[in-house]
Design a protein around this ligand. Structure first.
Ligand code: ADP
Length: 185
């Protein structure tokens, strides 16, 4: 299974992604994790990405597309993968489509985790990561609304999108996600 997991910051995507990759044996491709690792290792990409991440802005498309292109070529991706935090812009989604068309490995499903904005703010304010100060949180939510939400229509047109409610217990939400994946594998 090749899936894209979309949801705003604070939706609980990371928690669900970890369970889904274990259950379905997919590689977990989180661009947020990749960028944080690059930043901590002070690689050239990490140093470039840092100033965007720390202000809540998206890292430029060409950097992300390059990282994902390399990652998708690794052998563990042949058994399927979950893309977590990518694509986040229409340009990234188009680049992904091109890469996958070339490999003849189309996406199986795009899953959206929906959580109302007031709830996101509440959750993020309680999390305490370095990029979780309230101005940065606001910026990340704005970036989601402006740059990532248009993907919902993009993937609806491609007949790939299913949305689930992100309110409830971790177990309840996981059950909803599994029900979608069982229907699309
Ligand atoms: P969140 O916790 O907001 O869901 P992530 O952990 O996925 O965020 O990513 C943290 C930061 O890394 C983002 O705020 C952004 O600066 C950068 N980032 C991650 N993925 C992408 C992407 N696909 N395109 C651009 N920037 C990204």
């Amino acid at each position: 299974m090749r899936m894209v997991f979309i949801g705003p910051p604070g939706a609980g995507k990371g928690t669900q992604a970890e369970r889904l990759v274990k259950t379905y044996g997919m590689a977990h491709l989180s661009t947020g994790d990749m960028l944080r690792a690059a930043r901590d290792a002070k690689t050239e990409i990490g140093v470039k990405a840092e100033r965007f991440m720390s202000s809540g802005a998206l890292v430029p498309d060409e950097i992300i597309i390059e990282i994902i292109g390399q990652r998708l070529a690794e052998p563990d991706c042949r058994g399927g993968y979950l893309l977590d935090g990518f694509p986040r812009t229409i340009a990234q989604a188009e680049a992904l489509d091109r890469m996958l068309a070339e490999k003849k490995t189309p996406l199986s499903v795009v899953l959206e985790l929906r959580v109302p904005e007031e709830e996101l703010f509440r959750r993020l304010a309680g999390r305490g990561r370095a990029d979780d100060s309230s101005e940065v949180i606001r910026q990340r939510l704005v970036a989601y609304r402006k740059q990532t939400e248009p993907l919902l229509e993009y993937y609806t047109r491609a007949k790939l999108l299913t949305s689930i409610d992100g309110l409830g217990t971790v177990e309840e939400i996981f059950g909803r996600a599994k029900a979608v994946l069982e229907g699309s594998s």
